[in-house]
Design a protein. Structure first.
Length: 331
């Protein structure tokens, strides 16, 4: 594999460090109005909620009065998180492995049985894998975790009318998408040609495109759908997948609360989005492309949805078709 030229690496850090690191956060917050969010009476569902950005968003939601359903793979980490918040009784923990569709189906079924109605969904769970790993369901792991499970969870919550009429959905995407034009056929590579950083970048662009899909489906309703970019955050996941990056920028990476700031702001303010496709970063709507080559893709949000639907078992597609018809959801 060819190494990235030193000149390109230097240009990358010089261009983006001032904006995406804590430096950019501190510079922009000088012009922000203070928010005192009030989430009393709300129920939040946060995936990947036991640590990092997800845990910070959940912690702030609890502090502002919300009841939070935290979902993660590790039950011990979930228990520790619940014990650490100001109101432990306001945290419900649910274990689920988002690399497996079966776990997503089971999670939704449990919540539906409880009669849960959700005000805010934070689809935060995500991973970046260097090596290709195929799940027991035959899906590439990072794609399954970062995209397919996000889509399946939201599709089922919407199809089963488990989101309130004015619910807010927030996808935690990443600037990793910026260098990748959408190629739908490359979303789930289970054979030769896999490259971890590309799989991650395509997944993050797909997340943003899925928000455009749901926004179009629910146009004219009170539901809101956003994709956000947390900036460069010092998370456990980033440390595992990008140790060199962390070593270089450790002193200026954002902490978890800075990474979650736009999540909390979006849930509190619910701003109008102008572009069909956009990513929110530091409390502002941003364009989805920064390089000239990525807008050249002809792939559309419906193309991404069609790809995802082709990977859902026939049983699942049949069930959701009935639910979608009943709730006027076009998938």
């Amino acid at each position: 594999m060819a190494k990235t030229p030193l000149k390109k690496i230097i240009a990358f850090y010089c261009r983006f460090t001032p904006s995406y690191s804590a430096i950019g956060y501190h510079a922009r917050r000088l012009f922000w109005r203070r928010i005192d969010p009030d989430f009393r009476g709300q129920t939040w569902l946060v995936t990947g909620g036991s640590e990092g950005i997800g845990a910070s968003a959940a912690r702030q939601a609890v502090a502002a009065g919300a009841t939070v359903i935290c979902v993660a793979r590790n039950a011990a980490k979930l228990k520790a998180f619940a014990a650490s918040v100001t109101r432990p009784e306001a945290v419900q923990t649910e274990t689920a492995d988002f690399s497996l569709q079966a776990d997503v189906w089971a999670l939704v079924a449990r919540l539906e049985q409880q009669g849960v109605r959700i005000d805010v969904v934070v689809n935060n769970v995500g991973i970046q894998k260097r090596d290709q790993i195929i799940t027991q369901e035959g899906i590439e792991t990072s794609f399954a975790t970062n995209v397919l499970s996000h889509y399946l969870l939201l599709r089922e919550l919407l199809g089963r009318n488990m989101l309130r009429d004015n619910a807010t959905v927030i996808e935690v995407a990443s600037g990793g998408m910026y260098n990748h034009a959408m190629v739908v056929d490359d979303l789930n590579i289970t054979g030769p040609g896999y490259l971890g950083v590309r799989a991650y970048g395509l997944a993050k662009r797909a997340q943003m495109m899925l928000m455009a899909h749901w926004r179009a489906v629910f146009a004219g309703t009170q539901k809101s759908f956003y994709a956000m970019h947390p900036g460069w955050v010092d998370t456990a996941s980033v440390n595992r997948s990008m140790p060199r990056f962390v070593a270089i920028l450790k002193s200026v990476l954002r902490d978890h609360q800075k990474g979650a700031d736009t999540i909390v702001w979006l849930a509190s303010r619910r701003p109008v989005q102008v572009r069909p496709e956009a990513i929110w970063f530091d409390r502002k709507e941003r364009r989805p492309h920064i390089y000239a080559h990525t807008p050249k893709s002809t792939a559309t949000p419906p193309d991404v949805v069609a790809k995802l639907e082709s990977l859902v078992p026939a049983r699942g597609r049949s069930e959701i078709a009935d639910l979608a018809s009943e709730n006027s959801i076009k998938v």
